[in-house]
Design a protein around this ligand. Structure first.
Ligand code: NAG
Ligand code: NAG
Length: 397
């Protein structure tokens, strides 16, 4: 693979990592026109800024181009995550697992992965379709029945299984609906450490996300207990709740406060509806598993009042909140800059207000105008003086 860079006029404003997957060796190239013609021969990982051919505008996106297909990367911006993504997407869509050893190896490597078991079938076709769409997020394998571990019992074949949370689950066409959407819902572990990226991705699943907000450094009983309550509910009540709920933990309340525009006291549990931006809070501490289960059930039967949402009022609140946090963060990172940016206009406004106020009280306005007039004439005098001096100087030349 030769690096192709021609000094063409039109540049796509992009940096490209040309990946040679077999040797894990890559080139970094700036793109030019020739890229459009040649890109189909290789696999490209593109860090795009503005490249209209691929339908990207403004926000930097990482895309992997493989033949005619373009895959968007939406995960965390870390080297390891991006490399893993590139490996996954550039390899075979569905990887065969020929032996038990291979199966065990994969089980050690991946926390969540999908396996098709059986021969050719319409289910396999659907599996391939789903994989070509969702390879961006997760791993797809195929295996024969002999290769899967002994603890797996299959009522019928062919079958699609997900291995995660130290167990496995079988896709049921009648109960679970469309295969792609089942995979999309099941591609997350039952219990996760949450961050902004993950919450954004969970939006696709349409699930409610129950998060324990704790301070990981705080070893007091309230924090450790809440963490284990959430883990327990995620594990022991899976059958009851996994269709509607995703469980997780978040360290610290900074992120969630800005998301909810609220000031939550830790430790607490918040349940987010990722489809409409509403959330649910309890006004009391959750003391045990039963408490949590009761809270979840009351959300499901509608007896707990939802807060937030994406109404116009909420959006206005969001605008005010964002503006406020911008001001606060500017002051925090650079107080002088803050004073300059906000102090100067404020100063001008207060002088104007003062002027208007004093104008209404006992002729102060006139006094002030006189002052201004006086100082104006003074400065005029001064300039005249200096002009005189200058002309004198000119005379003496
Ligand atoms: C730990 O959490 C408890 C209960 O929320 C709180 O009272 C305590 O002040 C916290 N300790 C520290 C060191 O933050
Ligand atoms: C979550 O939001 C969706 C979309 O608005 C809505 O249909 C669903 O009922 C909500 N769930 C709960 C528990 O409020």
């Amino acid at each position: 693979m030769a690096a192709r860079t021609r000094g063409a006029a039109l540049r796509l404003c992009a940096t490209v990592f040309l990946l040679e997957m077999a040797f894990c060796k890559g080139y970094v190239e700036d793109l030019d026109e020739s890229f459009k013609d040649n890109r189909k021969d290789d696999i490209w990982l593109v860090d795009v800024s503005i490249a209209s051919e691929f339908g990207v505008r403004g926000y930097p996106t990482i895309k992997l181009l493989k033949g005619d297909l373009a895959y968007n990367y939406r995960g965390p911006r870390t080297k390891d995550d991006i490399i893993e993504f590139a490996h996954r997407v550039s390899g075979a869509l569905i990887r065969p697992l020929p032996s038990q050893q291979m199966f065990e190896h994969v089980q050690k490597r991946h926390r969540v992965f999908f396996v098709y078991i059986g021969g050719e079938s319409t289910l396999k076709e659907k599996y391939i379709d789903a994989a070509s769409e969702l390879i961006v997020y997760t791993y797809f394998f195929s295996a024969s029945e002999e290769v899967v571990p002994e603890y797996v019992t299959l009522k019928e074949m062919p079958a699609v299984l997900v291995f995660k949370d130290e167990t496995y689950f079988v896709y049921d066409e009648y109960e679970d609906g469309d295969l792609s959407s089942w995979i999309n819902r099941e591609r997350f572990q039952n219990y996760l450490t949450m961050d902004g990226f993950l919450l954004y991705e969970l939006g696709d699943t349409g699930k409610l996300v129950a998060i324990a907000i704790i301070d990981e450094k705080n070893t007091s009983i309230e924090h450790t207990r809440l963490k284990s309550i959430i883990q327990e509910v995620a594990r022991d009540y899976r059958d009851q709740f996994h269709r509607d709920f995703q469980f997780g933990l978040m360290d610290g309340n900074d992120y969630i406060n800005s998301l909810l525009m609220d000031e939550l006291t830790v430790p607490t549990v918040v349940v987010l509806n990722t489809s409409n931006q509403q959330y649910f809070l309890l006004d009391r501490q959750i003391k045990n598993t039963e408490d949590m289960v009761q809270f979840i059930n009351s959300i499901l039967d509608g007896t707990v009042q939802a807060q937030g949402g994406d109404s116009i009022l909420q959006r206005l609140k969001r605008m005010v909140f964002d503006a406020k946090s911008t001001v606060v963060s500017i002051f925090k990172s650079s107080p002088i800059m803050g004073c300059f940016l906000f102090g100067l206009p404020l100063g001008v406004i207060s002088i104007m207000c003062y002027g208007i106020y004093t104008a209404d009280t006992d002729g102060g306005y006139i006094e002030e105008r006189y002052e201004v007039y006086k100082s104006e004439t003074e400065s005029q005098e001064a300039t005249e003086e200096s002009r005189e001096r200058r002309s004198q100087g000119a005379d003496s030349l």
